[in-house]
Design a protein around this ligand. Structure first.
Ligand code: CNA
Length: 346
């Protein structure tokens, strides 16, 4: 299963349980949601009587499902949009996204920065991006800490991220990896970094692993990291287009059918095979999208139990946290974690 921009390999689809295509790409933008007033508790949301399964859910209904633990196998899918409030540019936001600011990276077209062929031709733009994303340059925001709370409450089945900034791990200054328990408090076992990370690096020629410290020492002084064995270019273990996704990504085969709630935040759902996972939960499972735009299958193949919270992701998460009654807990957590990061900076 290789990483593909959606329009390049539109034919690559996840297979449904019966081997059929999970979805067909027929763009269909809905005219928006028609919220139906629905204030019943979780039991009636899942109830089999009457037509409750057909009722439109609202954000407060999702909060109720979480709060009452009617849903306790929550799968989360995220993308670059959860990190823009931390200051990391995403790909596609007009004006601020990387694709709008390509001149500084000197690449012929946006996807080139993650293409092997271009990387071997000119690795400098990619390493400029790597330097930008250096662990410790950015800090997690409310969204990342919301996942931590979900985990602490035993509700997080798995967090699937496309991000390569390591903020789910909350990398701390100069500590490259804590393998088993990430500094954000989300254990490695709960996290799938679907597009890899900068936590490790490998020679692109002889495949010798490279120690993170050596790699970063070179990147920070704008030197291309070279393999001590064969002098090939050392590439961080970020998944480029056409490359296979990490083995752990295959956990989706178990996680998505088991999920009882899917949260999707800050992603355009443009990159496959990640995007198709949004269709891999059972049709009865509510899907909540918190994003600036209505995207992917939620736009053109909506389901009756979709909930869409359009707008800024931090605002959407704060609203959900408030509905959950977790605001104070969240503030305490952020204060504690910010204190730790400040301590490291001193
Ligand atoms: P994308 O295609 O740039 O989409 C981001 C989505 O988030 C868009 O729909 C935006 O409208 C939305 N968005 C941006 N900021 C906000 C905000 N503050 N509030 C609400 N919505 C917002 O990024 P995807 O993650 O979908 O694309 C996948 C690529 C991007 C992956 O391969 C990543 O490796 C790659 N990427 C990662 C990072 C990172 O690690 N932070 C940064 C840039 C690109």
């Amino acid at each position: 299963m290789a990483l593909c921009p959606r329009r390049v390999v539109a034919a690559l689809k996840l297979l449904g349980p019966g081997g059929e295509r999970a979805w067909a790409r027929q763009p269909r933008i809905t005219g928006g949601r028609r919220p139906i007033s629905f204030s019943a508790g979780a039991s009636s949301i899942f109830g089999s009587g009457g037509n409750s399964r057909k009722e439109k859910l609202l954000l407060q209904d999702v909060a109720e499902l979480i709060r009452t633990r009617a849903c306790q196998r929550v799968v989360v899918m995220v993308g670059a949009g959860i990190s823009t409030p931390s200051g990391v540019p995403d790909f596609r936001s007009p004006g601020s996204g990387l694709y709008s600011n390509l001149q500084q990276y000197d690449i012929p077209y946006p996807e080139a920065i993650f293409e092997l062929e271009f990387f071997f031709h000119n690795p400098k733009p990619f390493f400029a991006l790597a330097k930008e994303l250096y662990p410790g340059n950015y800090r997690p925001n409310v969204t990342h800490y919301f996942f931590r709370l979900l985990h602490e409450k035993g509700l997080l089945l798995r967090l699937y991220t496309q991000n390569i900034d390591g903020l789910e791990r909350a990398f701390q200054k100069l500590t490259v990896v804590t393998e088993n328990f990430h500094a954000s408090g989300i254990p490695a076992s709960k996290l799938i970094e679907a597009h890899g990370s900068f936590a490790s690096a490998t020679c692109a020629v002889c495949r010798t692993p490279s120690p993170g410290e050596d790699f970063w020492a070179d990147v920070m002084v704008d030197r291309i990291p070279r393999c001590p064995v064969c002098t090939g270019i050392v590439k961080p273990d970020i998944v480029f287009f056409g490359e296979p996704l990490p083995q752990r990504f295959l956990l989706h085969v178990i996680d998505f059918p088991m999920a009882d709630l899917l949260l999707i935040l800050g992603t355009s759902l443009e990159v496959e095979p990640f995007a198709s996972l949004s269709e891999a939960v059972q049709s009865s499972v509510p899907r909540l999208l918190i994003n600036r735009d209505l995207v992917g299958p939620l736009a053109w193949r909506p389901r009756s139990r979709d909930v869409v919270q359009l707008g800024d992701v931090v605002h959407g998460v704060e609203k959900l946290v408030e509905l959950l009654g977790w605001t104070e807990e969240m503030q305490d957590l952020i204060q504690r974690e910010t204190g730790k990061l400040d301590g490291q900076d001193r």
